[in-house]
Design a protein around this ligand. Structure first.
Ligand code: KG4
Ligand code: ZN
Length: 348
């Protein structure tokens, strides 16, 4: 077993109750309880339902993680928890639980940034992060390009979405196509049998004029509207909708823009390593396209396995372990949950 601090991480920013346990860069347990089925009929996460589900799942999920890791809570060196950004009621359950553990066990508490944790999790799979690296973070709530020198100190935001997040676009387009929530995995699957050049959907913020102002920013709401218009037009004309073709063409448009801008940002900043994280990083086309196009430019791409891309507790534990290893100061015990914690604040 590798060395390093034993850290328990808690994630409750959205609809997954995640409890992860790591020792340094070694993953020992990653227990996740999801309330996604309870939200499916609403077509999106209902905050109150998510908070209640976190409350019910927290203790059993902590117990399951400890059992899998073969540790007692008294063994841990620190407790880490997502303090933001996320749904405030959901975050509060995790933060209150982590405070109780830290206080009861007499261990330091680290309130960490959810996005920085999505970056740090890759260490569990591929070892220490290249420094610097260019992170493309794509989830249901965020789409950002970040320059990361040292994930425990801070990240430098280079660009972000100006409207919908990439995952949000996947979820909305899936709904339009009659696919279940969350839509990303369903579009990914449907696209496998579709033709990605069947429909030429727009690539947001890639025109010459847009690039001048928004070189490293994203926009997906125009694409979502274009898919809606296309579907409406076909329906009005009485044509059947080929869900696989729409899914593949839409997915191609999203991935094309994400990869193009990530590569452009890496080259502009002279960075040779790209790391992709967040739920959308589980997308099979995004992983393949990024790896292929980056290789052609001599840039390396790291993407954690799909289970570590979507929200989980291991990512929080991974960042916590790095903070302990690098001797960063812990949070105060009156740590608040901050629904809009800025990406520049790694530890609250
Ligand atoms: O990181 P995450 O689990 O939660 C947030 O922090 O938002 O990301 C969830 C998002 C959802 O929008 C979901 O549809 C998307 O990630 N997603 C995918 C795939 N798996 C999850 N999007 C595209 N392809 C996938 N395979
Ligand atoms: Zn996330």
């Amino acid at each position: 077993m590798s060395d390093g601090p034993l850290v328990l991480g808690i994630e409750t920013s959205c609809d997954e109750t995640g409890v992860g346990i790591v020792r340094g860069h070694t993953l020992l347990a990653d227990a996740v309880a999801s309330s996604v089925d309870e939200h499916a009929r609403f077509g999106g996460v209902v905050p109150e339902v998510a908070s209640r589900a976190h409350l019910e799942a927290m203790v059993p999920t902590i117990e399951r993680a400890c059992e899998t890791a073969g540790i007692s809570l008294h063994d841990v060196d620190a407790i880490a928890v997502t303090s933001g950004p996320g749904l405030v009621g959901a975050l509060l359950v995790g933060v209150a639980s982590a405070k109780a553990l830290a206080l009861g066990l007499g261990k330091p508490l680290y309130g960490v940034n959810h996005l920085a944790a999505h970056v740090a999790v890759d260490q569990l799979e591929h070892g220490p992060l290249p420094e610097p690296c260019l992170a493309l973070l794509v989830s249901g709530g965020h789409s950002s390009l970040l320059k990361v020198e040292d994930v425990t100190v801070g990240v430098d935001p280079l660009g972000a979405t100006i409207d919908d997040a990439a995952g949000e676009a996947f979820d909305k387009v899936a709904r339009l196509l009659g696919l279940p929530f969350p839509g990303g995995p369903h579009i990914d699957r449907a696209a496998l049998s579709g033709n990605s050049v069947a429909i030429d959907f727009p690539r947001g913020l890639t025109s010459r004029k847009d690039v001048e102002r928004h070189r490293f920013d994203f926009s997906f709401s125009g694409l979502k509207t274009a898919v809606a218009r296309w579907v409406e037009t076909q329906q009005r004309a009485g044509n059947p909708i080929d869900v696989a073709d729409v899914a593949a063409s839409f997915q191609e448009a999203v991935c094309d823009v994400l990869v193009r801008k990530a590569l452009d940002a890496a080259q502009f900043h002279g960075i040779d390593d790209i790391l992709i994280g967040g739920g959308v990083a589980a997308n099979s086309r995004l992983r393949a396209m990024a790896t292929e196009r980056a290789a052609a430019r001599g840039i390396r791409v790291r993407v954690p396995r799909p289970g570590l891309c979507t929200d989980n507790g291991a990512m929080v534990a991974a960042l916590g372990a790095e903070l302990v290893t690098r001797g960063r100061a812990p949070s105060a015990l009156d740590l608040p949950a901050d629904s809009s914690q800025p990406i520049t604040t790694v530890v609250a």
